[in-house]
Structure formats: structure tokens, C-alpha cells
Design a protein around this ligand. Structure first.
Ligand SMILES: [Zn+2]
Length: 287
């Protein structure tokens, strides 16, 4: 069964650790993340962008695949199926399709409009018992064609959105999606600290977890970050392992071309990446 992310994040915030959101792209990705979560007894959030949802033939297909995979693999740890950076229409579609958690990203709207639309989703998600993530201050880099500048959110605006009754809040603190540039200035802990002081118990979300140094991740968790999104790092690990397999000519040996063999090193690389992140975030054994 898929669960809301509310309980796991409330526990994480109290226990000073973070739950990872790992984005999925296909069957192998989903299985690698679920198996690792179960092995490490860690709660987990499976993230689905709207683009990945289309790629996997729609949100209903994703819900069916994840639900049945959880049953088939006898997964006992809490699993939330979460829409990542939802548009207004996409968020409605995912709620309809049976996701147990959604992010409505209204950060590109003027704050009044972000508040009005987020409020609408607070009502809908509360009635359905699913969790809702909102965003203030756009996060840098590119996600599904949306490019943000990596600004820092206004802590007062964060409080306004938190007070609407959302489950968790993503706020820009200098973080970026994708690879970080060499001249990146680092996370703004001053902004994070100010946001946490105003939003209290609200679990905060750190997007763009790939390439942030470990000590900065730990400091962010100590300042109230309870959910960290990882996407690019699994993609890089999968690509590198697959490249190695082919460059070593393994696809030409015996039945090395069999997709179940060809995709195995990438699958194992995703598992190793997820394990490393869960250990860093402190969620191992917290299920
Ligand atoms: Zn993001």
C-alpha cells in the first residue's frame, strides 16, 4: 500500500534525519529503489516528474506499476508515490490517478496566486488523506524545461504558504537541479535558518541533492530539512555503469545483449547510490 509522506516526514523532522525522494523513470529504477529501501529498512518517497509520467505512459500506469511492485516484492517499509514539481493540471491528474503525495509547484506565480492555488490543493489533499508539498522561491537549474535562477526564498512568504496547512515546504536556498557549476556559492544556511524559525515544525524540502557536499547536507538536516530530492545522481550512476558494460564489450559476449543482463550493472549502480544517500541522510533503520 502506498502511504502519505506526512508521518514519515514528521518523524524525520523530530528525529533529525531526512527521507530521500528518489525519482523513477522505468521498471528497473523503481525496483532498485524499492529493494534498497526494504534492505535498509528505510522509508522512501518515489518521485515522478510530469515528463517521466508521460514517458511511463501516464500517471495511472505509474500508480499501477508501483502498487503491484510493492505487493510483488513484499515491501514492508513506508512508500509514498509523489508527483515532483506538479503544474496545476498535473497535480489534479495525479490525485485522480491515485498518487499518495503531490507537489504543486506554484513558485513561478506571483505569491498571491501561489497562495490561492496552493490553498485549493490543501483542501483537496486533506480530504483524500494525501500529502502536499508546496514551493516558494524557484530552485535553480532546469527541470522538464522549466529553468529557475537559484534564488533564495523570502522567509515571510514561506511562512504564508506553510500556514495554509501544506505537509512539507520546498524553499530555494541557493540549490540547483542537475549538476552544480564550478563557481556555485553553496547553500544559504542563513536563509534556511530564518525559514525554519518562522515555519517551526514544518518539514522542509531540499531539491537538487546531487553534488551538494556531505557536510552541507548534514548541516541542512540540522536546520530542519527532512526531505531531500535525488534524481541526477542516479541517472549519472546508471549511465556510467551501462557505458562501462558496453565499452568492455560485455554485450557482445554470449547473451550479453539480453536486456536483463545489459541493464543489470546500471540497476546495481542505482541501488548503490540510493544506499549511500540513505546512509548520509540518516533514514536507515527508521521504517
Ligand atoms: Zn526539484
Amino acid at each position: 500500500m502506498l502511504v502519505s509522506a506526512k508521518d514519515m516526514l514528521t518523524k524525520a523532522k523530530k528525529g533529525h534525519y531526512a527521507v530521500g525522494q528518489f525519482n523513477i523513470n522505468n521498471l528497473e529504477w523503481t525496483r532498485a529503489i524499492l529493494e534498497t529501501s526494504e534492505e535498509l529498512k528505510s522509508p522512501v518517497i518515489l518521485g515522478v516528474s510530469e515528463g517521466a509520467g508521460k514517458y511511463m505512459c501516464g500517471f495511472k500506469t505509474v500508480t499501477a506499476m508501483v502498487t503491484e511492485m510493492v505487493n510483488y516484492l513484499n515491501i514492508t517499509v513506508p512508500v509514498a508515490l509523489h508527483l515532483d514539481h506538479g503544474t496545476y493540471e498535473g497535480t489534479k491528474a495525479c490525485i485522480e490517478a491515485g498518487f499518495s503525495s503531490v507537489m504543486f509547484d506554484g513558485s513561478h506565480y506571483p505569491i498571491d496566486e501561489n497562495i490561492a492555488k496552493t490553498k485549493e490543493f490543501v483542501e483537496i489533499t486533506k480530504a483524500k488523506g494525501i500529502s502536499l508539498e508546496a514551493e516558494v522561491g524557484s530552485i535553480g537549474g532546469e527541470e522538464d524545461g522549466v529553468i529557475g535562477a537559484g534564488e533564495c526564498a523570502d522567509p515571510n512568504e514561506c511562512k504564508m504558504i506553510a500556514d495554509l496547512g501544506v505537509t512539507m515546504l520546498a524553499a530555494g536556498i541557493g540549490n540547483i537541479h542537475g549538476k552544480y557549476p564550478a563557481n556555485w556559492k553553496g547553500l544559504s544556511f542563513e536563509t534556511l535558518d530564518a525559514i525554519q524559525k518562522l515555519t517551526g515544525d514544518m518539514p522542509l524540502v531540499l531539491h537538487g541533492g546531487t553534488g551538494i557536499p556531505d557536510d552541507m547536507i548534514k548541516k541542512a538536516i540540522s536546520l530542519g530539512v527532512s526531505k531531500i530530492n535525488v534524481n541526477t545522481e542516479c541517472q549519472l550512476a546508471f549511465a556510467a555503469a551501462t557505458r562501462k558494460y558496453i565499452e568492455e564489450g560485455k554485450d557482445l559476449e554470449g547473451k550479453g545483449y539480453d536486456p536483463r543482463k545489459l541493464l543489470k550493472p546500471g540497476f546495481e549502480a542505482i541501488k548503490a547510490t540510493v544506499k549511500e544517500k540513505m546512509e548520509l541522510f540518516g533514514s536507515v533503520g527508521k521504517a
